[in-house]
Design a protein around this ligand. Structure first.
Ligand code: TRP
Length: 332
């Protein structure tokens, strides 16, 4: 069976964008693929994380996956730092990838900002660790959002160069799995900005732990424009807030935007928002409730992550041994 690897950083404030763009899609994949879902705590520390928050956020990502319907028995769910092979393979890839390749990574430029000299070396080498995550398990498919496509290209380049340099067919060339339309969830306060964990306004995002009241309030206060809803998707041009809310409606109800607009053709936002609010509460509040229940039982969540790490190690060990032998590392 083809193998999937995907990761989420435990950096807090998991929101509707993470759910619709990533976690929800994983639930659908678990029947067709052998799936490994990783809470990438080693990626998280490329930017400063308070240690107490990191532990909490690691559990919270695991709880979000499970509460959303990812089955921890059928799939592997674990946190990256418990499997040392990620760090070991990343080092080897640090010696395969070229400085010129990493210099082209747009995410580093964005995250490092103006003061690039002061960015951590880890932030720079981040894509090599991501390649190691995937290739440590010889994963063939990786579900990612648009923003990670460049990192996946780099993963392919690393696999190809490694295979070439050492004259082997060891690593597969991975394929991205990019999901359908409404995966780009925008801020509820500004339809031109992505919904983000770091937006100072809490009203800009619906988090996965928001309760029914908070979800309803944020939708009620979401920015709109004065016109009624259009009957067809073309009518959303130049109306980013309307487009965002219609996209969220469609994604949460598993319908197309065209279908949703057909129903709300000419409707005022007041009616649309009432229905969207009911829909969002029905879909998301039970997940938030289940996350809170899981978070109250940290021993259970920690046990699942540790058991998942053991299963991950079993897959990784022979692959890492093969890599080390090919590279010429002496050992048993
Ligand atoms: N870089 C990804 C993100 O920020 C997270 C990630 C780390 C990942 N390793 C991965 C995603 C491996 C897919 C596969 O979203």
């Amino acid at each position: 069976m083809n193998r999937i690897f995907s990761g989420v950083q435990p950096t807090g404030n998991l929101h509707l964008g993470n759910y619709l763009g990533a976690i929800r899609n994983w639930v659908a994949l678990q029947g067709d693929f052998d799936c490994i879902f990783c809470v990438v705590d080693m990626h998280a520390i490329t930017l400063w994380q308070d240690p107490k928050d990191l532990v909490h956020n690691t559990r919270e990502v695991a709880a979000a996956m499970i509460a959303s319907g990812v089955d921890p028995e059928r799939n592997i769910i674990f946190n990256q730092s418990q499997v040392s092979g990620h760090a070991e393979l990343a080092w080897i890839f640090n010696c395969v990838a070229r400085v010129g390749w990493l210099n082209r990574m747009t995410q580093f430029k964005e995250k490092a900002g103006k003061n690039r000299e002061n960015a951590s070396v880890g932030l720079y080498a981040y894509p090599n660790l991501m390649a190691a995550d995937i290739l440590l398990y010889k994963a063939t498919h990786v579900p990612v959002g648009e923003d990670q496509k460049q990192h996946l290209e780099l993963t392919r380049d690393i696999a190809i160069k490694f295979n070439n340099d050492f004259g082997v067919e060891l690593f597969p060339v991975v394929e991205p799995l990019i999901f359908g339309a409404a995966t780009r969830v925008m801020s509820l306060k500004d339809g031109s900005k992505k919904m983000s964990k770091s937006d100072p306004s809490e009203l800009s995002r619906i988090t996965m732990t928001d309760d029914a009241d908070a979800i309803a309030k944020k939708i009620r206060k979401a920015r709109t424009d004065p016109d009624p809803l259009p009957g067809i998707p073309d009518g959303l041009d130049g109306r980013p807030e309307a487009a965002n809310l219609a996209g969220i409606f469609a994604a949460l109800s598993d319908r197309t935007v065209a279908d949703v607009l057909g129903e709300y053709d000419g409707a005022p936002f007041s009616r649309f928002k009432t229905d969207l609010s009911d829909l969002a509460v029905a879909k998301l509040a039970p997940i938030g409730d289940e996350m809170r229940r899981l978070m109250a039982d940290t021993a259970y969540v920690d046990g699942l992550l540790t058991a998942g790490a053991a299963k991950a190690r079993d897959i990784a060990a022979p692959i890492l041994a093969e890599v080390k032998k090919v590279v010429g590392f002496l050992g048993a």
